[in-house]
Design a protein around this ligand. Structure first.
Ligand code: DAH
Length: 583
């Protein structure tokens, strides 16, 4: 049936190198199918879909050897004659790489994570409370959003052909600078700054910042969002200080043993570890965290083929560091669950559940994702792993070992407060902002629900060059719909089969370019853009795509004229800027 893969929200990019699971796709499919009986261009109020997919957050799980990035056909955003861009008070020379629309720059400097009582600020504080300064974590933020491509990609070991580097996925300020796409861009610098502190034992940091990705449009994706990064390192003890002259002959071995001992002691002090081993835990922690959290961790800590330990680490070291990291992160999640229970978002009657899934990131090995069981489904929440030793060497702390994680703050806040649409975080409406405050468990109350209205846009992709035709054409049958199989989260991030990418990508069309045009014209008035139809015409030897754009304001009812006008502008721009033929 043609519409089996309808509702494939603009997720090709993320699917290519992220973790999107079948359950989300299944939901989208159902949703789009249920609306196909309506006229393709119908507008007007319809019932609110029960959409709950939280935002993607760690999209960098693409193993080496995966498909090449698709480059953007043209750079937009640079006004003719502009040679300098000023971003957050700093000037950058422009070149042809520039592709930052003004609308994106307008988000710079809002610092929502520092705005008192804002849900993103409260969520940051909750995360920091699990990694506090009195336990050796510097809780930091980094407001300036521009980083070098070296910081964002090279320093972290991203292969040169990683899709994340593509202009379709990343906002380039010029060929050497980007709007950071993840908080990991600051890892090397922050590890370097740990150098001094590490002399006194183990140390770590958390970092919160805004990040920018050219991405799809739906209720859980926005091109500007927030991430937090956390890390901890242990330095091999300076053996000279503690060993006698005779003992120093086996200095290296003894140092490592001492380091192991230090990690073990730190791990054994963690509240969740203590709780699980029958040790007393401070009563305020028992109240603040659902320590009865159940963990599923069926895989060995490392697997030489699929999730290897690094050559410089021993199995015992990796086991201990991973154990420290997992217990620390689970404690954070136990706090999240307790707060959600207090707000009545999830029930207290069941023990909360999480599971660890092997993953891939260029800057950690072994790596994992954490999934939480949330309202009846497994939801990815965070990526993490044992930091690559090269990173620590480059940071000037070669004799250390450490872990790191990264998490999307919007996703966490959407779960914590039951916030249904990511655009709400940018709202200045008091009906939204006044709902949240420190020390109060809050469930978001919908203050208004304005009607949605959708319109479809269909077009032929450019005719592929001769040699691409064979690849683009289906093997048999005319006008054949293409089935899209969605890889499970683990498969995608750990290097599994990526059939979605193959079915949607086209040499001269990228869905993120379409999304950027839609965002540029309609900004926050667009709720969702979904691929609802796709087929290859044998007669025309061309592929046709149809996208459904759902318009809805969070603050008022849109008029038909207004939506028609926006849609026409989008059609014009698509025709003018993408090499497609409208149908
Ligand atoms: N920066 C990653 C992303 O946005 C998330 C991440 C994964 C951060 C693993 C980490 C880490 O520090 O260890 O995709």
């Amino acid at each position: 049936m043609q519409l089996t893969r309808t509702g494939c929200a603009l997720r090709a990019t993320s699917r290519r190198w992220a973790t999107i699971s079948n359950r989300f796709h299944a939901f989208n499919t159902t949703r789009a199918q249920s609306t196909t009986s309506q006229s393709a261009t119908s507008t007007g109020p319809r019932s609110q879909p029960e959409y709950t997919r939280p935002p993607g957050l760690y999209l960098y799980g693409l193993p080496p050897g995966s498909k090449q990035p698709v480059s953007s056909p043209k750079s937009e955003g640079a006004a003719a004659g502009d040679t300098i861009s000023t971003i957050d008070g700093k000037e950058y020379a422009r070149d042809t790489q520039y592709n930052v629309p003004k609308q994106i720059l307008d988000h710079v400097g809002r610092k929502l994570y520092l705005q008192p009582d804002h849900p993103l600020c409260l969520t940051r504080e909750l995360v920091e409370s699990a990694f506090p300064s009195d336990q050796g974590f510097n809780n930091r933020h980094e407001p300036h959003p521009v980083v070098t491509t070296k910081e964002n990609f090279d320093d972290l070991g991203f292969p040169t052909d990683h899709p994340g580097r593509s202009k379709t996925d990343t906002y380039y300020v010029n060929q050497d600078h980007v709007l950071r796409t993840h908080t990991s861009a600051h890892e090397l610098k922050l590890f370097s700054e740990l150098q001094r502190e590490l002399r006194n034992g183990s140390h770590g940091y958390t970092l919160c910042s805004d990040v920018f990705r050219r991405d799809s449009i739906d209720r859980s994706h926005y091109p500007v969002f927030h991430q937090m990064e956390g890390a901890r390192c242990w330095r091999l003890v300076m053996a000279d200080q503690v060993l006698s002259i005779e003992e120093r002959s086996d200095k290296a071995g003894i140092e490592r043993l001492l380091c192991l001992q230090a990690i073990r002691e730190d791990r054994d002090r963690l509240p969740l570890w203590r709780h699980r081993h029958g040790e007393p835990v401070a009563s305020h922690l028992l109240q603040q965290a659902a320590l009865d959290l159940k963990t599923e961790d069926p895989n060995p800590t490392f697997d030489l083929e699929t999730n290897p330990l690094q050559s410089s680490h021993s199995p015992v070291e990796v086991e201990l560091v991973a154990s420290h990291m997992k217990h620390s992160i689970e404690f954070l999640i136990a706090k999240v669950f307790r707060q959600a229970q207090n707000a009545g978002i999830i029930s207290r009657s069941e023990s909360p559940r999480v599971r660890w899934v092997p993953a891939y990131f260029p800057f950690t090995s072994p790596s994992w994702e954490l999934e939480v069981w949330w309202q009846g489904e497994w939801l990815e929440l965070l990526g993490c792993g044992i930091s690559k030793q090269q990173l620590l060497i480059d940071a000037g702390i070669p004799e250390s070992i450490g872990w790191a994680w990264g998490i999307g703050i919007e996703r966490l806040a959407m779960l914590l407060y039951g916030i249904p649409d990511i655009r709400l975080f940018w709202s200045k409406d008091q009906r939204f902002l006044s709902q949240f405050g420190a020390d109060q468990a809050t469930k978001f109350r919908e203050f208004s629900k304005y009607p949605e209205c959708y319109k479809d846009i269909a077009f032929w992709l450019p005719e592929p060059e001769q040699d691409e035709k064979a690849a683009a054409a289906p093997k048999n049958g005319a006008e054949t719909p293409v089935e899209i199989a969605v890889p499970s989260g683990a498969a995608a991030s750990a290097g599994g089969h990526m059939s979605v990418e193959e079915s949607i990508s086209h040499p001269s069309f990228h869905e993120n370019d379409l999304a950027e045009i839609v965002r540029d014209v309609a900004g926050p008035l667009v709720e969702n853009v979904v691929l609802v139809d796709e087929f290859f015409s044998q007669k025309k030897q061309r592929k046709s795509l149809c996208y459904r754009i759902t318009y809805r304001s969070l603050e008022r009812t849109l008029t038909n004229e207004e939506v028609n006008d926006l849609h026409q502008k989008i059609r014009d721009k698509i025709e003018g800027q993408l090499r497609v033929e409208l149908r």
